[in-house]
Design a protein around this ligand. Structure first.
Ligand code: IPE
Ligand code: IPE
Ligand code: MG
Length: 240
């Protein structure tokens, strides 16, 4: 059986439906969703997974009703302020990834404080994707590249990938989407090229350590060929 994934990336979807199926306001689903984050962070630490990346708010989520957007922002600030101490005690390094320029000053400050406080930690790296979009990421990387090398006419894949917002992390091994939809919704477009995809009907607030283990088990049963044939992989294993 293969090893644990080194990097798990999750689209945490289904908070709203979790709530409405219980005749509760959508906000209650988001509050429960934060609790689920806590559980999955703990589970990743216990399983010694080095990188966990969570899609919290997409570039497209601004299209939601203003009340829901502002509630999500408040929830984000309060969760950051409340949890950063515990994360630091647990040697977690926190990163917030996305176009932060659209967030208000209080949120940007909470983000900067949390990142600075945990920057030197060596345990689990938790990346929260906020106002993130895969297309935005490729475009901002391209912009940086062109600014660095004005006039250049050709670039390598490595030139571009080293400018992506998450260039500090390996590409995800396992992608999980909760909530039943089977789409990428503009998450890590470049980095998901060879990631194993796992979709579950479970709504995010119900996604617990056992559900994570089911996803990891599914991942471990797959053969990652990266374009090669199955027989070639056997040869490589024998040689090593
Ligand atoms: C995911 O849950 C959280 C965010 C996108 C912020 P949703 O709010 O999308 O929940 P559903 O998909 O409406 O159930
Ligand atoms: C994707 O969920 C983004 C996050 C979980 C943050 P959405 O609920 O926004 O995705 P769509 O609209 O169903 O594709
Ligand atoms: Mg959704």
């Amino acid at each position: 059986m293969s090893a644990n994934p080194a990097h798990i990336a999750i689209i945490m979807d289904g908070n709203g439906r979790w709530a409405t199926s219980r005749y509760l306001p959508r906000v209650t689903g988001h509050v429960k969703g934060v609790e689920a984050v806590r559980g999955i962070v703990k589970a990743c630490m216990a399983r010694q997974i080095p990188y966990l990346t969570l899609f919290a708010f997409s570039s497209e989520n601004w299209r939601r009703p203003p009340d829901e957007v502002s509630m999500l922002m408040r929830l984000f600030v309060s969760a950051l302020e409340r949890e950063v101490g515990k994360m630091h005690e647990n040697n977690i390094r926190l990163k917030v990834v996305g176009d932060l320029s659209r967030f208000d000053a209080a949120l940007r400050e909470a983000i900067a404080n949390a990142e600075n406080k945990t920057a030197a930690n060596t345990g689990l790296t938790v990346s929260i994707c906020a106002n993130y979009g895969g297309r935005w990421d490729v475009m901002q990387a391209m912009g940086k590249l062109l600014a660095e090398r004005p006039g250049a006419t050709s670039f390598t894949e490595e030139d571009l990938s080293s400018q992506l917002a998450m260039s500090y992390a390996p590409e995800p091994d396992l992608f999980i989407r909760t909530g039943g939809e089977q789409r990428i919704s503009n998450f890590l477009l470049w980095q998901l090229a060879y990631t194993e995809l796992y979709f579950t009907e479970t709504y995010w607030p119900d996604f617990d350590a056992a559900a994570l283990d089911a996803a990891i088990l599914s991942y471990q049963q797959r053969e990652r060929r990266f374009g090669r044939t199955s027989a070639q992989l056997v040869d490589v294993k024998k040689a090593s």
